[in-house]
Design a protein around this ligand. Structure first.
Ligand SMILES: Cc1cc2nc3c(=O)[nH]c(=O)nc-3n(C[C@H](O)[C@H](O)[C@H](O)COP(=O)(O)OP(=O)(O)OC[C@H]3O[C@@H](n4cnc5c(N)ncnc54)[C@H](O)[C@@H]3O)c2cc1C
Length: 558
């Protein structure tokens, strides 16, 4: 089984990446009825939607000279960032180099990474990572030096980790503590952002959302930073927490922002598979440290698919597991760590150790049941190298953004790095802008009335579950024209009943956002008739540079 960009090698002589822009759909502009005059209002120089690594880092930078409101839809601890295990990549060792990290990132991106962005993120990484450490993110050390691990796709050991496999939590705790001590930042938890507000010239003027305690609320802001993370919940099998419902993609789309490379969804090869339990990620560092993959018959199979065996690229391992599951007619495969030193295992992977224990899996005797699941949104809201989106006053950073770092595939541990660097840049951009009187933003008032609908109501939670299964089946690890077309047709059918309703709860708005994001992803996947990076078409298995060395951008039709 080939890595889908084996043919690419380094990002080489194909010339600059081309762009194809599609105008698509025309959903209504806002999800709810709005009368800005009669809605409760707050004002800020900057409002940040999202409190993961990107949003919090942006807040700390912007708060240097501006007042900032950070909103998040659940508690501060509910984020993908909090759950990150393996680590954060950065060049900190003398035997490593920026050139090497840049080359690894470009190679993984399969020709679609933007070299300027890659260079910027890699070069700014070490300083910002050291700063994180100064702020209290206790990265693991050996002999008084930061410990770094080798991960698949990296040619040097450059992945920093904390408390073994609790890197995300250590980073989030450090950022949260600092944000709480910054008087210019106000955090509002349990605030669901429903839509971005735009003025008649389509400049972003803030957000409208529902605060659990105060109800509907508008936050007018000179700048808005979107840092809403990913959308793993679009799939039945996912490593992502419940907050990851792709809201940011959908609300940026409704506001008219350019979205890019949505077809690239990364699947993680190994998530714990215990029927009925949520899918917890088993970090690939485990395979880096010697764990084997076995099929139902107890046979090591990865060498059948790739010469690097268990250390093959993530997308290859995911497809190989899927193929082996089909071959052996089983629902999962196994990770075997029985030969690893038990004490070292418990020390190095405390989270996974506890997890296995909680399901009565004794790793010295038992195999760990695993299967792939949706993990990371590679595409997103298009930004330039300063985190600016195509909408004036709107910035994006973190997983919701398509900055150009990842191209067609994400190199492991580069996403925390991207969130950190682009978060800092978005915050810096806010500080650079001249101050303005934000109270002027409330004029002219925004009024919007959703057209009446007499279609009967579908059950949102039922649609949501069916959508997740459909995405897993038809827009998953391997794709084909017919299932992609069928997925779009079914989503459009659900759309007709769900998109014309006015919901008053996050569950309803999430369902609407998920339908929008799912349709965009399925559509983008149907347009790319080649295999590249994490996008694998069974009907077009080769990379086709002649026709597809390009980004696919989608913008809402007028
Ligand atoms: C299990 C797991 C392990 C991972 N391991 C690694 C790793 O080792 N290394 C690595 O680099 N990456 C890893 N990743 C990926 C990485 O964690 C994420 O890409 C990154 O943390 C995203 O950060 P973020 O700030 O963009 O978003 P998040 O951390 O996901 O934060 C999103 C924020 O947006 C808020 N939000 C969303 N929608 C709304 C809304 N409508 N209204 C208000 N607020 C909203 C949420 O409440 C949350 O605060 C992992 C991911 C998972 C799930």
């Amino acid at each position: 089984m080939k890595d889908s960009c084996d043919s690419m090698g380094e990002q080489k002589a194909q010339g600059p990446v081309q762009t194809e822009r599609i105008r698509f759909g025309a959903p209504r502009r806002y999800l709810i009825n709005i009368d800005s005059i009669s809605t409760s209002q707050l004002f800020a120089d900057c409002v940040i939607v999202g409190a993961g690594i990107a949003g919090l880092r942006a807040a700390l930078e912007a708060a240097d000279r501006r007042n900032v409101i950070v909103v998040c839809k659940a508690s501060l601890e509910d984020s993908n960032t909090w759950m990150a295990q393996g680590g954060i990549a950065s060049v900190l060792r003398p035997d490593d180099s920026f050139e090497s990290h840049i080359a690894d990132t470009l190679r993984t991106g399969c020709g679609l990474s933007e070299p300027d962005t890659v260079e910027q993120v890699v070069r700014q990484g070490p300083e910002l990572v050291r700063q994180l450490q100064d702020w209290g993110a206790g990265f693991d050390r050996v002999n008084d030096e930061i410990d770094t691990t080798l991960e698949g796709g990296h040619s040097h050991a450059r992945v920093l980790h904390a408390h073994g496999d609790e890197t995300g939590r250590a980073i989030a705790e450090a950022l949260i503590a600092r944000v709480k001590n910054q008087p210019n930042i106000r955090v509002i938890e349990h605030f669901f952002t429903i839509d971005l507000l735009t003025d008649p010239d389509n400049r972003c003027a803030g957000i409208i959302g529902r605060c659990q305690n105060r109800g509907l609320q508008i936050i007018w802001a000179a700048t808005t930073i979107l840092a809403t993370g990913g959308g793993g919940q679009l799939y039945r099998e996912t490593t992502n927490p419940p907050i990851a419902t792709a809201d940011g993609l959908a609300l940026a789309y409704r506001a008219g922002a350019v979205l890019r490379d949505l077809e690239f969804v990364q699947f993680h090869p190994t998530t714990l598979y215990v029927a009925g339990a949520s899918r917890a990620l088993i970090t690939e560092t485990l395979r880096g440290e010697g764990a084997y993959l076995l099929d139902m018959k107890g046979r090591r199979f990865m060498k059948d698919y790739h010469e690097s065996g268990e250390l093959a690229p993530r997308d290859v391992v995911s497809r190989a597991i899927l193929a082996q599951m089909r071959k052996t007619e089983s629902t999962h495969v196994y990770l075997d760590v029985r030969h690893l030193d038990k004490e070292y295992f418990a020390r190095r992977f405390p989270l996974i150790s506890d997890l296995c224990e909680s399901f009565d899996i004794d790793v010295t005797h038992d195999l760990i049941p695993v299967r792939p699941s949706a993990h990371y949104m590679v595409g997103g809201v298009k930004t330039d190298t300063a985190a600016r989106t195509s909408i004036e006053n709107l910035y994006a950073c973190g997983e919701v953004a398509s900055t150009g770092l990842h191209g067609a595939n994400r190199l492991g541990s580069n996403s925390l790095l991207e969130g950190l660097v682009f978060g800092q840049m978005a915050g810096h951009a806010v500080v650079q802008r001249p101050p303005m009187d934000v109270t002027s933003l409330q004029h002219p008032a925004i009024r919007y009335q959703v057209p009446n609908s007499d279609r009967s109501r579908l059950d949102a939670s039922d649609v949501r579950n069916s959508l997740r299964s459909l995405m897993w089946r038809n827009v998953g690890i391997t794709r084909k024209a017919q299932p992609l077309a069928e997925a779009q047709e079914i989503i459009r059918f659900w759309d007709r009943y769900v998109m014309d309703k006015v919901f008053d709860t996050p569950e309803g708005w999430e369902c609407q956002n998920m339908l929008t994001a799912a349709l965009l992803i399925a559509h983008a996947a149907s347009l790319r008739k080649e295999s590249r990076g994490v996008h694998y078409r069974m009907d077009h298995t080769q990379t086709d540079d002649k026709h597809y060395h390009k980004h696919i951008e989608i913008v809402r039709a007028e």
